[in-house]
Design a protein around this ligand. Structure first.
Ligand code: PMV
Length: 350
């Protein structure tokens, strides 16, 4: 298979995902009869918040995440037998006018562009959809990987990660397990803005707890939240420098297996991101009363000397970071506060 390397014909300021993707495609796509791929969800420890290019989802800052092991999305592609595109999400057929249907096929169209190849997509999330648990990350991660297999593109991981990023920024990090860094990149076409695993080996007693506070779809999607923050928050100009500082500190903490440092920086980074949202106008507050109760429960545990920290994304759910030896104490303390926590072992599943 040959991949054309011609340079974009358009000015870089107007590059679209389609302009970028087409440079990596063969002249004719040859689909296989079926392909199925899983991609894990991921939780950012240093958050991606703010785009320097909205069309290509190019970030203002580098970010760093931990993948959630076997929690994520499994997606299957097959040639459609009815001659029309179809999509099932968690076993339920969606109509062509559904927002999610449109999003998925707009992404697939980047690859099949003018070729008439009706496709049947089946996608299954084993995490709540659109509740701040990054199902869009694992969703576009799985979709990108399965497109690569289905059309036999044989593209390198870096290219696939950059493509997944165009579906949803955080999806660039969902192609891998373990700790993952997403380079912000400098190029106008974004092909140096991809994620890759941090080569730090398995941290087998590292745990992520998910306190599910609401599975309702959030009112402000992260795209809108970021854009509003970038254009209206007086705190945001400080974010880029602070995020780079946090990114470096987290990377060092991971390599050094310094859990306390990792937890402190991750929690501070999440609170800083939420501070930029809260200082936007109109303000963006994803927290629910139960989110604040969960934070207070974590702080109370720390006052008792338990090393436990939290992070939160663009949603009300709270993710708790701790080591295996403290699991029972933390689960019990949260339960006393009426909070149920699902414990994920990021390094157990692969
Ligand atoms: O990938 P998006 O567009 O859903 O944005 C994700 C934004 C955060 O979850 C808040 C942070 C992150 O890095 O995942």
């Amino acid at each position: 298979m040959t991949h054309s390397t011609q340079s974009p014909t358009k000015s870089t300021e107007t590059l679209t995902p389609a302009d970028v993707v087409v440079r990596y495609l063969p002249d004719t796509l040859t689909p296989v009869s079926s392909a199925t791929v899983f991609a894990p969800s991921n939780i950012a420890l240093c958050k991606y918040w703010g785009k320097r290019d909205s069309a290509l989802n190019l970030p203002i800052n580098a970010s760093l995440s931990i993948s959630l092991g076997n929690l994520g999305t499994t997606t299957t592609l097959r040639p459609s037998e009815t001659g029309r595109d179809s999509l099932t999400l968690n076993g339920k057929a969606l109509s062509e006018s559904d927002k999610f249907f449109t999003k998925v096929f707009a992404f697939i169209d980047l690859f099949r562009h003018s070729q008439p190849l009706p496709i049947a997509v089946e996608t299954v999330n084993n995490i709540p959809t659109a509740a701040g648990l990054a199902s869009s990350a694992s969703g576009f991660g799985a979709l990108t990987l399965v497109i690569n297999e289905f059309f036999q593109l044989n593209l390198p991981s870096r290219v696939l990660s950059a493509f997944a990023r165009m579906g949803s920024g955080s999806a660039s990090r969902s192609l891998y397990h373990g700790f993952v860094e997403w380079h912000k990149g400098e190029q106008a076409d974004g092909m140096d803005s991809f994620a890759e695993p941090i080569d730090s080996g398995a941290w087998s007693d590292f745990r992520v707890g998910v306190i599910e506070i609401s599975v309702a779809e959030k009112k402000i999607q992260s795209r809108e939240g970021m854009n509003r923050t970038v254009s209206t928050s007086w705190l945001y100009p400080r974010w880029e420098t602070q995020a780079q500082h946090d990114f470096d500190a987290l990377r060092n903490a991971i390599v050094a297996r310094d859990f306390q440092r990792l937890g402190e920086v991750a929690e501070h980074n999440a609170m800083s991101m939420h501070a930029t949202m809260i200082s936007s106008w109109p303000p963006i507050v994803y927290w629910q009363p139960e989110s604040v109760a969960a934070m207070q429960a974590v702080w109370a545990l720390r006052e008792r000397g338990i090393p436990v920290y939290f992070t939160m994304d663009a949603g009300p759910n709270v993710k708790v970071l701790f080591l295996a030896e403290h699991e029972t104490t933390i689960v019990e303390a949260l339960r006393t506060n009426g909070l149920a926590m699902l414990v994920v072992e990021p390094f157990a599943q692969y």
